[in-house]
Write a protein that binds this ligand. Structure first.
Ligand SMILES: *Cc1c(COP(=O)(O)O)cnc(C)c1O
Length: 384
């Protein structure tokens, strides 16, 4: 154990070694200028964020959860409405629907991508209607950094009058058949929680859309429903703004984001080349580039705990995203589930485990992780 290196699951300090000085300068500049709320850096960052993915508007908000809530609010989604979403995701995706008084209807994922299965959407829509609900929207998730399968999803939404909201908290900047996540969907949302691929130094989030009117409405909603100026309140809103210091940090991080996505490809490719013969490695769909928010493998569910413990003993941190799909969680198990249940969501939740992943994972450390994983699998196999 004494020779085990100190490995971070996501090493934010490594990024600071690369761009730390520029970020500290940018933070200090905000402190000195004193425009802490909606200072010039917020608009500058919003412009950069929209341009990076090719959306018309970006609206900075307090976090990724608020980004989703504000979109639902702008759409007037509430009691009696259904919003279809996956169950194998972070709680926020469905939480926001329930928070608005609407009903999340959980749909099945595709086993290869862990993203919502376009083939299961008709069943989800039927379930919503059978429950007497009005289907209003679909929230997709770009899980682990890979864009959902948007071509068929967009057709389905158009044919059924559903608003498409892409929860790109993990996948902002991912490529999907020539498009970039953030610009896909009627609305896309993202999170700048520090551990996300594009993260800040606290909480932050954004909404992206091409719709001028909705963008103006969202800017009003995030600022107490303001009209022409601060003390002109034309509607009920909330306080949910991206703060200036976080925007300043994000301006610097966005400058290196494309390069970091490239670096993540190298790390992921090395993992896959070294592990595909012994374990189920992640699959990237044709025409897609993942942001690799997570590098997630799958192991025998009965041996996952022992596998994780063996890696822990070697100083290799791992995390299980997500151990329980939302439709099996206390807070969400009373909501409708599409068709005859979600066996794939339930099974993968038992099998997934994510390895350390960040753009600055050096080859020596990665080789140590790879060897530890192969060792742990071998030991598990002989114990089985
Ligand atoms: C992180 C995350 C969110 C929420 O973002 P916060 O900024 O933490 O509120 C929503 N959806 C998904 C899929 C996420 O991973």
């Amino acid at each position: 154990m004494s020779d085990a290196p100190r490995i971070e699951f996501i090493d934010l300090k490594a990024q600071r070694r690369h761009i730390g000085q520029a970020m500290e300068d940018a933070i200090l500049e905000v402190v000195r200028e004193g425009n802490y709320i909606l200072g010039r850096q917020v608009e500058q960052f919003e412009t950069g964020l929209a341009a990076f993915c090719g959306a018309r508007h970006a609206i900075g908000v307090a976090n990724g959860t608020d980004a989703l809530i504000l979109v639902l609010e702008a759409l007037g989604i509430g009691p009696g409405d259904a919003v279809i979403c996956p169950s194998f995701t972070f709680a926020a995706t469905a939480e926001v629907v329930a928070w608005m008084g609407a009903t999340p209807v959980f749909a099945e994922i595709a086993e290869e991508s862990y993203n919502i299965d376009p083939g299961g959407l008709a069943a989800a829509l039927a379930t919503a209607k059978q429950n007497g609900l009005t289907p209003r929207a679909l929230i997709t998730v770009d899980l682990f950094g890979q864009a959902a399968d948007y071509d068929p999803i967009e057709i389905f939404c158009r044919e059924n009058g559903l608003v498409l909201i892409a929860d790109s908290a993990q996948g902002y900047g991912a490529a999907y058949k020539g498009r970039i996540a953030g610009s896909i969907g009627d609305f896309a949302t993202t999170s700048f929680f520090p551990a996300k691929p594009l993260g800040c130094y606290g909480d932050g989030g954004a909404i992206l859309t091409d719709d001028d009117e909705q963008a103006a409405l969202l800017r009003s909603l995030r600022f107490h429903g303001k009209g022409s100026y601060k003390y002109d309140n034309v509607r009920v809103g909330v306080n949910s703004r991206l703060d200036t210091i976080q925007a300043a940090v994000l301006i610097e991080k966005l400058k290196v984001y494309a390069e970091e996505i490239e670096k993540r490809q190298r790390v992921a490719a090395r993992y896959t080349a070294a592990l595909a013969d012994v374990v189920a490695t992640p699959r990237v769909m044709p025409g897609c580039v993942s942001t690799w928010a997570q590098y997630t493998i799958r192991v025998d569910s009965r041996r996952r705990d022992a596998f994780q413990a063996a890696l822990q003993a070697k100083g290799v941190p791992t995390t299980v995203y997500y151990p329980k799909p939302l439709h099996q969680q206390t807070a969400y198990k009373h909501f409708p589930v599409a068709g005859n249940g979600l066996p794939i969501s339930e099974r993968v939740a038992q099998e997934v485990i994510s390895l350390p992943m960040h753009p600055y994972l050096d080859e020596t450390t990665q080789d140590y992780i790879i060897e530890s994983v192969r060792d742990a699998l071998k030991r598990e196999a002989s114990a089985a």
